[in-house]
Design a protein around this ligand. Structure first.
Ligand code: PLP
Length: 398
């Protein structure tokens, strides 16, 4: 309503019907927060068109919102996709993609060491919805070839795996299913589009927990899926709108704000992680270090081919097993004992007693995780402060 018309109404009505100024002659420098969940129309036909086609106009924020769209466009652009969809969390994105692609009786090929939440969804789909899942190591394209069945619909991989930092050979693994009508999905959370763009390696869909590197400041939950084709985007969007895990505009805005420094943060986090990995590898109190940019890493050659840098996460084993790992994580003072990653602050955790607690010693070993393995999600602090902290914590372990 125009200001002129508003001023002729009673105060009770005017307090409700506030004027919405639309900028003219200038525009906001940053993305505005369109927090409203619903939009209004001047024209009944336009509103009817928006019901018919979600791209015709913004209608209702579960179906689309300008702030959320800005995030979808930003991540889709970085990943080199046609379009994106933003969600309330990474798990929201993963669920929308899995449930949007799969039907009962379908078959999935998935990497064995997936993020626990993804593994739980696949288990649930297998137990309650008749979806069959074959797990593969992610190291061997032949395993993928042998796992293929007529009902295989989806291949699910992660660029860098938690906490072993395994690097999946995306083009080789995806290449095995590319001509079989299989949708390839890659969780690119650990690499971010700064280090790897899985669509360039044949993936059809990329998913992110935006909670991690994209947001970057431990203050927002979010997820994004990016699609190679408009058809896939449309299909998953129709389903996602029904599921309802849409991103909140303020969360999308926080993620966009964080993303402005993504390139700088990633550069510093990777440089810090490499410095720490090299120093840890030379420390007498450390029996093993896993970091893709170290020449001794099992996937070093793949990492050099696919990743622009080694990433912000490394895993290492203080000599002394489980107790040593637990002592270390309680002894750090600059790093924080916390289960997330991608934050500007350095975070440590002990997978065997937390994220991977359900695995016994044998299963941990098979997954490449030691009883004492410490995961370090490196932040942007000064590397010497981080190293001094690690050294003093290692001294307590010895
Ligand atoms: N994917 C990966 C690789 C993760 O590490 C996580 C969370 O840690 C998720 C997905 C789920 O993300 P969210 O916690 O935002 O739902």
């Amino acid at each position: 309503m125009s200001l002129h018309r508003l001023h002729r109404l009673h105060p009770e009505t005017r307090t409700v019907h506030q004027h919405v100024p639309l900028p003219a002659g200038s525009k906001p420098l940053g993305v505005p927060i369109y927090q409203g969940h619903v939009f209004s129309f001047d024209d009944a036909d336009q509103m009817a068109a928006a019901f018919q086609d979600p791209d015709a106009a913004f209608l209702y924020s579960r179906l689309g919102n300008p702030t959320v769209r800005a995030l979808e466009d930003a991540v889709a652009g970085l990943e080199g996709g046609t379009a994106g969809l933003a969600f309330a969390s990474g798990m929201g994105a993963i669920n929308a993609v899995l449930l949007g692609v799969l039907s009962s009786g379908d078959h999935v090929i998935a990497q064995r060491c997936l993020y626990g939440g993804t593994y739980a969804v696949l288990n649930d789909l297998a137990q309650r919805w008749g979806v069959e899942v074959t797990y593969v190591s992610g190291d061997d394209p032949a395993e993928v070839r042998e796992a293929l069945r007529p009902r295989t619909r989806l291949l699910y991989l992660e660029t860098i795996v938690n906490p072993t930092t395994q690097v999946a050979d995306l083009p080789a693994l995806i290449g095995e299913v590319a001509t079989h009508g299989v949708t390839s999905v890659v969780d690119n959370t650990f690499a971010s589009p700064m280090l790897c763009r899985p669509l360039e390696h044949g993936a059809d869909i990329v998913v992110h927990s935006a909670t991690k590197y994209l947001g970057g400041h431990a203050d927002v939950l979010g997820g994004v899926a990016v699609f190679r084709s408009a058809e896939l985007h449309r299909r998953i969007r129709d389903h996602a709108v029904e599921q309802g895990a849409s991103a909140d505009p303020f969360a999308a805005w926080l993620t966009l704000r964080g993303m402005q420094t993504l390139a700088l943060r990633m550069e510093r986090q990777c440089a810090n992680a490499l410095t720490l990995a090299e120093r840890l590898a030379a420390h007498p109190g450390v029996s093993r270090v896993r970091y893709p940019a170290l020449p001794g890493h099992p996937d070093h050659a793949t990492a050099r081919r696919l990743l622009a840098a080694g990433g912000g996460v490394l895993a290492f084993e203080p000599a002394g097993g489980r107790e040593a790992g637990r002592t270390f994580i309680e002894a750090v003072r600059v790093a924080s004992l916390s289960p997330s990653l991608g934050d500007v602050k350095t975070l440590v955790m002990h997978p065997a007693s937390t994220s991977h607690r359900q695995l016994d010693a044998g299963a941990l070993a098979a997954a490449g995780i030691g009883e004492g393995t410490v995961r370090l999600a490196v932040g942007i602090e000064h590397p010497d402060d981080l190293w001094a902290d690690i050294e003093q914590a290692l001294a307590k372990v010895a």
